[in-house]
Design a binder for this molecule. Structure first.
Ligand SMILES: [Zn+2]
Ligand SMILES: [Zn+2]
Ligand SMILES: [Zn+2]
Length: 253
C-alpha cells in the first residue's frame, strides 16, 4: 500500500491567514500545511479519507487521476468542504462516487450540500452514492476497512485501519478496547495539534505517549497547528520512530 499525505494541517491550515509568527513565515515547504487528508493506493484502488477545503488543490498536486471511494472520519468542515469537487471524477469515470461515513456524517453532508441531494439532477452537480457505516468492519470498493472508535471531545468519530496502516485524526480519547484494534499496525498516523493541551485534540506529548503505548514500527503526526512550532525544530525533539507528517509525504506500508 502507498499512502500520500494530502494535507497535515489543522482546520485553519498553516500558514494562518493574517499571522506573522515564525512558523507562518517559514520558507520550509514542510511548514505549509493544507487541511488534513490522506490518499491510499491499495489493492489497485485509489481511496481518499476526508475531503477538506483544499481537496482540489491536493488531488491536482498529487496528479490523482482516478478515485474509487471517499471515506469520512467525521463531519467537520475542514474534513468535508471539498466534496463538490469530486464531480471531476464523475465526468472522467462515468459513475457515482461511493462515499462512506456514519449516518450522522451523511446527514450533515445532505444539509451542507443540499443541491446534490435535492433530487433535481441539475447537469454538472456531483453524483455520490452514500454508504452508511458503523463501528463494524466494511469494504470500500473491495478494500477492508476496520473502524476505530475515538472521541473528539464529546463527538464520537472514526479512525480506520487498513491492513497494517491505521489513520486516526481529530481525536483526544481512545479506549483500551479500541487500542487493541490498532495494535500490530506497522504504521500509525495520529493527530497532534500543538505543544499545549487542547479540549478536542491530542497534544504533542499525549500523541507521543499513545504511540509509545501502541508501538507501531513508525508513527506519524498530523492535523498540526502553527502553534506546534517549526517542522525542523519539532522533529529534533521526537523519539526516533515518530516523525511529523508533511504535505506530499509518501510512505509504503
Ligand atoms: Zn479537523
Ligand atoms: Zn502563525
Ligand atoms: Zn474535527
Amino acid at each position: 500500500m502507498k499512502v500520500t499525505f494530502l494535507g497535515t494541517g489543522t482546520s485553519q491550515g498553516v500558514p494562518v491567514i493574517g499571522c506573522s509568527c515564525e512558523v507562518c513565515r517559514s520558507v520550509d515547504y514542510r511548514d505549509k500545511r493544507l487541511r488534513v487528508s490522506v490518499h491510499l493506493q491499495v489493492e489497485g484502488k485509489s481511496i481518499i479519507i476526508d475531503s477538506g477545503p483544499d481537496f482540489r488543490q491536493q488531488v491536482l498536486r498529487e496528479r490523482i487521476r482516478t478515485l474509487d471511494a471517499l471515506v469520512f472520519t467525521h463531519e467537520h468542515k475542514d474534513h468535508t468542504a471539498g466534496l463538490d469537487d469530486i464531480r471531476a471524477y464523475n465526468f472522467i469515470q462515468h459513475r457515482d462516487m461511493p462515499v462512506y461515513g456514519e449516518e450522522r456524517v451523511l446527514e450533515q453532508l445532505k444539509r451542507e450540500f443540499a443541491y446534490i441531494f435535492s433530487g433535481v439532477q441539475y447537469p454538472g452537480i456531483p453524483r455520490v452514492a452514500l454508504n452508511p457505516i458503523t463501528e463494524a468492519p466494511f469494504y470500500a470498493e473491495g478494500v477492508l476497512f476496520t473502524p476505530i472508535r475515538v472521541k473528539h471531545y464529546k463527538l464520537p468519530i472514526l479512525g480506520f485501519r487498513v491492513g497494517d496502516f491505521t489513520y486516526i485524526t481529530d481525536a483526544n480519547q481512545i479506549s483500551e478496547e479500541e487500542k487493541e484494534k490498532v495494535r500490530g499496525s506497522k504504521v500509525v498516523v495520529l493527530n497532534a495539534l500543538r505543544q499545549e493541551p487542547h479540549i478536542s485534540h491530542f497534544s504533542l506529548q499525549e500523541a507521543i505517549e499513545l504511540l509509545e503505548d501502541l508501538q507501531p514500527e513508525r508513527g506519524y503526526l498530523t492535523h498540526i497547528s502553527h502553534l506546534m512550532g517549526q517542522h525542523r525544530e519539532v522533529e529534533l525533539t521526537l523519539p526516533d520512530f515518530i516523525r511529523l507528517g508533511y504535505d506530499g509525504l509518501q510512505i509504503e506500508v
